[in-house]
Design a protein around this ligand. Structure first.
Ligand code: HEC
Length: 109
């Protein structure tokens, strides 16, 4: 195989592999950086998760921090009061990720 063809072959292989890596979210993704949160939750809980008047309460409050992961999962999956249920809309893994991110408030920089 001529050298130039080999170069093209290697380059296209890298090109194919790169998106697979790019899709893996970084381990320290925060709640507000999660597109699932911005698409589904931000309209009530605010883009910064600090809550909105007439919307939803803050998700970075002491109260939320004191709520167990199981209870948070339950509230998101089954709803509570004016909080809609997400059981049919999000997968269990997506809800688990949200719960983890709620339990790990964004580090103050
Ligand atoms: C239609 C508005 C609305 C949307 C959309 C919404 N929420 Fe809520 N959420 C609420 C309201 C209102 C409450 C307060 C419920 C109550 O205590 O009666 C709440 C409560 C919560 C709680 C409990 C907080 C606590 O401290 O007890 C969590 C966790 C939560 N929401 C997460 C989410 C997540 C994650 C999403 C997106 C998947 C979401 N919410 C989307 C309105 C909303």
């Amino acid at each position: 195989m001529p050298k130039s063809q080999l170069t093209i072959a290697v380059c296209s292989l890298l090109f194919v592999l790169t998106p697979a890596f790019a899709q893996t979210p970084p381990a320290d993704t925060t709640l507000i950086a999660n597109p699932v949160f911005q698409a589904n939750c931000a309209k009530c809980h605010g883009k910064t998760a600090e809550g909105r008047h007439f919307g939803g309460p803050s998700l970075i409050s002491d109260k939320t921090a004191a709520t167990s992961a199981a209870d948070l999962h339950n509230i998101i999956a089954n709803g509570k009061g004016r909080m809609p249920k997400y059981a049919g809309k999000l997968t269990s893994e997506e809800i688990d990720t949200l719960v983890q991110q709620i339990k790990t408030p964004s580090k103050k920089e």
